[in-house]
Design a binder for this molecule. Structure first.
Ligand SMILES: *Cc1c(COP(=O)(O)O)cnc(C)c1O
Length: 645
């Protein structure tokens, strides 16, 4: 049952009530929790003992450095910890199962290509020989420039032309273990031709189409209909071509990517089992093999629900690793096949936790009725009088009837308005009386056991709209594109009961620019409990677990550009350093992305203003003021800026 608007906050609200309300201990994975002061804090587990920093403190630090909201906050230690966890979990599984091979992780660059993220992965990952996966020439160039550890792998997926192949072959010549994974048989002749021309022997992998259909959103990546990978007959065609070229020795990797965010561990086990059969089949065909790459798919529990629903997962990291290692060993042991090096390409699970979006609330619209007159005027329209008496009469026994009547009279009045029989003030009065009826019913519903289905959505229809200083399309594109659900909550005032129910709208003028699905301990809900705004105090919201896929999929809808980005590193003494900061796009930046010339635009505006001076509409000094404002705007942030400079 919804807690309603217009409650006054309870005196005995505890931090633990906020923890339950926002399920932070479920999705926070130990990285995020609520401090005694009622603020969300990030906890770093690498340090002994673990230490925490309030996000509000970081926001204050950003303010002092002139970095305004909205802002993406990256926490370097969290990224490091994820890489460490992934590698150590595989190492634990390998020794538990007495597996004879090794583990080599690679990070798929497409999941977050931002320079600082890749640099940190390459740098911190070195101690685990953590490599990179590239799906395009540009990403291979990133991998070649960033990876300095020759025991790490570079895996090249995607369609490869001669230039792409040459770069990969040069890497091999430099001693980097760089695999070409074939997506289609058509790629092989190019690789054979270029390796012959350059005299460099390639490492080759084959990507198979798994027949395992996975649960969750990405099930199209898997199964026979997947657009990626070789069919079984194409796979044999590749084997024949390699044999003909006397290069079957180059075939050393089997690659299988079941899809992203696989919520169900059973699918993963089936996929691994099938991959093992392909692996042994290729050994029987005479390929040396040695590497089994199981792609991405390790999920993130955005809901914290531990279920096999799309935004969750029904397994833990250790279970994932044990399942993979055990399945391979069980499959290969009876055949006495040497255990391969296990490769995974976990993207989402590596970076999701390390970034969050922070923004301030600019305005709130609520749907509370204005105070009504004690009674209507004699002269008011009969239908208005009817509507008014519905509002007077509504009680716990007749509310359903009153609901129907109120909507009936309201619609009748709107019809009269359209025909010109009623004026603007009548219409406004009718809307307000209707709101009052609905509001009363919503309050009555709170003490009703069985809510009639048509009234179930009423509290949501009456919820507030909080306007957030961000663009959904720029910063959270998956909410719009695939109905992704991210944890969203205020980062402070959590020692106070939130008394409002709200959805969050962004500042684009697009009606899709809103967040109206939220996680809760009871599952997905349509409104988020929030606090009333305080005078002269910013209210900050965090959207968590946004490190994967959001940063580059975003677009320039309404020309809201890249946000400011801050990377912090938390020190063992709970202080923190701003290790990187990037100013977001200026208005001039985004205009030039769509082919405008800011200089020329200023010149055109100058001419318009100069003409106005000639026409004596403005003075020359007014012209100067306007030109300055125009110029300052061009240099300004694309988001809402508070006047404080
Ligand atoms: C996208 C992709 C990944 C990353 O998947 P996650 O689910 O984010 O770990 C890995 N491998 C390939 C081939 C991909 O296309």
């Amino acid at each position: 049952m919804q807690k309603t608007n217009s409650n006054s906050p309870s005196e005995d609200w505890q931090i633990s009530d906020s923890e339950n309300l926002y399920a932070i201990n479920e999705w926070g994975a130990g990285y995020f929790n609520i401090s005694k002061r009622g603020e969300v804090q990030v906890t770093v587990q690498n340090n002994q003992p673990s230490n925490s920093v309030s996000l509000l403190k970081i926001v204050e630090g950003m303010k002092e450095r002139g970095l305004e909201m909205p802002c993406i906050l990256r926490i370097e230690n969290v990224l490091d910890h994820r890489i460490k966890e992934l590698n150590e979990a595989f190492h634990r599984a390998i020794s538990a199962v007495q597996y004879q091979g090794e583990y080599r992780g690679v990070f798929p660059i497409k999941v977050n290509q931002q320079c600082h993220v890749i640099e940190e992965i390459a740098d911190f990952g070195q101690r685990f020989n953590h490599g990179l996966e590239a799906g395009s020439k540009a990403e291979l160039i990133i991998a070649l420039s960033q990876l300095r550890d020759h025991n790490s792998l570079i895996i090249c997926n995607g369609y490869k032309d001669a230039e792409f192949v040459d770069l990969g072959l040069y890497a091999t010549q430099l001693g980097i273990h760089c695999f070409f994974v074939l997506e289609t048989p058509a790629e092989l002749p190019i690789i054979l031709e270029r390796s012959k021309a350059l005299g460099i022997t390639p490492f080759i992998g084959v990507r198979i189409k798994s027949s395992v259909i996975v649960d969750g959103h990405w099930n199209e990546d898997s199964g026979d209909r997947s657009i990626f990978g070789l069919s079984t007959s194409a796979l044999l065609d590749v084997v024949e071509q390699l044999k003909d070229a006397n290069m079957i020795d180059c075939l050393q990797m089997l690659h299988c990517h079941l899809g992203s965010q696989i919520p169900n561990i059973r699918n993963i086990r089936s996929g691994v089992l099938e991959a093992c059969r392909f692996y042994t089949g290729l050994i029987n065909e005479g390929a040396p093999m040695g590497y089994l790459d199981l792609g991405g798919g390790l999920a993130v529990d955005y809901e914290g629900a531990r279920t096999n629903s799309t935004h969750s997962m029904n397994y833990q990291l250790d279970e994932y690793c044990v399942n993979i290692v055990e399945t391979i060993a069980e499959c290969l042991n009876p055949l006495q096949i040497t255990h391969p090096t296990i490769v995974t390409e976990s993207g989402r699970a590596t970076v999701a936790y390390s970034s969050l979006l922070l923004f301030n609330i600019l305005d709130v619209r609520n749907h509370e009725p204005q105070p009504l007159p004690a009674k209507l005027k004699e002269s008011d329209h009969e239908t208005l009088h009817n509507l008014f008496s519905v509002n007077v009469d509504v009680n716990e026994n007749n509310f359903q009837e009153c609901y129907n009547d109120a909507l009936y009279y309201r619609d009748e009045i709107r019809e009269l308005f359209r025909r010109g029989h009623l004026g603007l003030r009548d219409r406004a009065l009718a809307d307000n009386i209707t709101l009052s009826v609905l509001d009363k019913i919503a309050k009555l519903l709170k003490s009703i056991e069985r809510i009639p289905p048509e009234l179930e959505n009423l509290p949501e229809l009456l919820c507030d709209i909080y306007y957030g200083n961000f663009s959904l399309f720029q910063s959270l594109p998956d909410i719009w594109a695939i109905e992704q659900v991210f944890p969203v909550m205020p980062i402070h005032r959590l020692d106070e009961q939130p008394t409002r129910q709200a959805i969050i709208a962004d500042i684009t003028c697009d009606c899709d620019g809103k967040i109206d699905k939220f996680i809760s301990p009871q599952g997905i809900r349509n409104t988020l409990p929030l606090h009333s705004l305080n005078e002269d105090e910013e209210y900050y919201i965090g959207v968590f677990l946004v490190g994967a896929y959001q940063e580059t999929l975003g677009d320039l809808h309404n020309l809201f550009g890249d946000t400011n980005v801050v990377s912090v590193k938390i020190n063992p003494d709970s202080s923190f350093d701003f290790v990187r900061e990037f100013q977001g796009d200026s208005i001039a930046d985004v205009l030039s992305y769509v082919e405008y010339e800011p200089k020329q635009m200023l010149e055109q505006f100058r001419r318009t203003a100069e003409q106005a001076v000639r026409d004596k509409k403005i003075s020359a000094s007014q012209r100067q003021k306007m030109l300055r404002a125009f110029k300052d705007s061009l240099q300004g942030y694309t988001y809402f800026e508070r006047e404080q400079h």
